[in-house]
Design a protein around this ligand. Structure first.
Ligand code: SF4
Length: 456
């Protein structure tokens, strides 16, 4: 092999080397993790061409909370003007991939590129070689209708995970603001600013009535009932929004949704780890699942990466509140997220995969020993965040693959299963698109997902 060819295959070699070393991790997950940590490029002809009004055939990227891109909108050029798809689905190719849904994170300089082949069919190319067929999400009927005030359903109530989850970022900014408070991997505030600067509709606080109207449209046109869950989320509320504290602000949406559409969807709330009485209010408002995200396990890294949370609440109290909330929701319905990969971000993170995995495993054991099953999203190093700026390549792929193995081992050790509200588990069936923890689950006997357990 000459040097040029060797260089052009370097990412392929990394991927295939890990597939060989970790044969029990599905190959689909190896590709998916690499795409999530490093992004993918698009030929102009593979962009969605969709308009804000739901015109076009492909469901576009909605920018549902963070940018999840490796460049700012001005840096992305055509990919910013002519939106990429929300997700892609990969199948076939030399690795014989089962159906794999991957959230789109745009990186024009990625060795992965989506483009048409000689026959015109879209493919995913790695280092120039075709490695999978690419399917694009069809524009859902409900995106083709607007609210009475002209806003699009995509802006008010976008769906992700191949239509499974309605993602309601009802507060598009965070009250942790600036370098001393914002989480060091989070671009929620930047993303809001860049959409405003681009003249895109991007509502800071979504009125409850608008959310209900958008859900009405989804409910009417989603006749196959693909949408199964909704997530209420947004920035932290350290003071008030519209005169309401965090529990009542987010809770008011759950209450209104459950009143109008009782039991139609699984209701989930992503919020800070709040005191038990506030958590009870979420529950009373009708939420079924609570995500008080712990972000990163290691004490020093939490203090450095989440300075606002550390100052306002503190790590130990944060964890205590997570466990307390299990008394309210039942342990199986408390699902704290962490941002997989920031453990290895320079300059403060662990320098070896072994140390990073050992630390994360300690956190998994801590929560799982109480019956609480965390889950994770794969870190996207957005360039406007301090950690993204310092680590444009993200974490090593080996970390992400070993995390999948460790996570499964921790579940087995504690006798736990995949958390509810994430769709069916298993390679070829999973729809959760921002990490491959669901793709890596053992295949169940049927394609159904776990029901939301009744409160303990
Ligand atoms: S609390 Fe941290 S992760 Fe959550 S929105 Fe605010 S800055 Fe981002």
């Amino acid at each position: 092999m000459d040097t040029d060819t060797a260089a052009s295959r370097s990412r392929t070699d990394l991927v295939e080397g890990l597939m060989a070393r970790f044969p029990h991790v599905p190959r689909e997950a190896v590709i998916k993790e690499d795409l999530l940590r490093g992004g993918m490029a698009f030929d102009d002809s593979a962009l969605s061409g969709a308009g804000e009004d739901g015109s076009g055939e492909v469901k576009p990227k909605s920018y549902f909370i963070f940018s999840f891109d490796h460049g700012t909108l001005p840096e992305l050029g055509a990919a910013a003007l002519n939106r990429p798809p929300e997700e892609v689905v990969l199948t076939g190719g030399p690795y014989d991939l089962r159906r794999t849904v991957v959230s789109v994170r745009v990186n024009p300089s990625s060795p992965y590129r989506v483009k048409p082949g000689d026959d015109g069919a879209l493919g995913l190319y790695l280092d120039g070689a075709r490695i999978a067929d690419v399917g694009l999400p069809p524009m859902p009927d409900y995106y083709r209708h607007t609210l009475a005030n002209g806003k699009s359903v995509m802006e008010v109530a976008p769906t992700i995970q191949w239509g499974y989850l309605i993602y309601l970022t009802v507060f598009r900014v965070c009250q942790y603001f600036g370098a001393k408070e914002e989480c060091q991997y989070c671009d929620i505030n930047h993303n809001w600013r860049q959409h405003k600067a681009a003249g895109r509709p991007y509502t800071g606080v979504k009125p409850v009535e608008e959310v209900l109207e958008a859900l009405e449209i989804i409910n009417r046109y989603d006749t196959a009932k693909t949408s199964t869950a909704y997530t209420l989320t947004g920035g932290a509320v350290t003071r008030h929004v519209g005169g309401k504290d965090e529990a009542d602000f987010y809770g008011q949406y759950a209450e209104a949704i459950e009143e109008r559409f009782p039991g139609r969807w699984i209701g989930k709330v992503v919020a800070q780890a709040l005191p038990k009485a506030d958590v009870q209010r979420f529950r009373d408002h009708g939420a079924q699942i609570y995500h008080p995200n712990f972000e990163v396990w290691d004490r020093r890294l939490f203090e450095l990466y989440c300075p606002g949370k550390e100052r306002y609440v503190g790590r130990d109290e944060w964890h205590r509140r997570i466990l307390d909330s299990a008394d309210v929701f039942g342990p199986a319905n408390v699902i704290p997220n962490f941002v997989a990969g920031v453990e290895m971000a320079e300059p403060f993170g662990f320098t070896t995969v072994d140390e990073a995995i050992a630390s994360t495993r300690e956190g998994l054991d801590f929560f799982m020993s109480h019956g609480v099953v965390p889950r994770f999203t794969t870190w996207c190093p957005e360039p406007t965040t301090p950690l993204g700026k310092a680590n444009p390549e993200g974490a090593p792929l080996e970390y992400h693959i070993r995390l999948l193995e460790t996570y499964q081992d921790a579940l087995d050790t504690h006798g736990l299963a995949s958390p509810p509200g994430y769709g069916p588990p298993g390679a070829g069936r999973a729809v959760f698109s921002v990490s491959s923890f669901m793709d890596s689950m053992p295949l169940p006997d049927d394609a159904t997902e776990a029901a939301v357990p009744a409160r303990a």
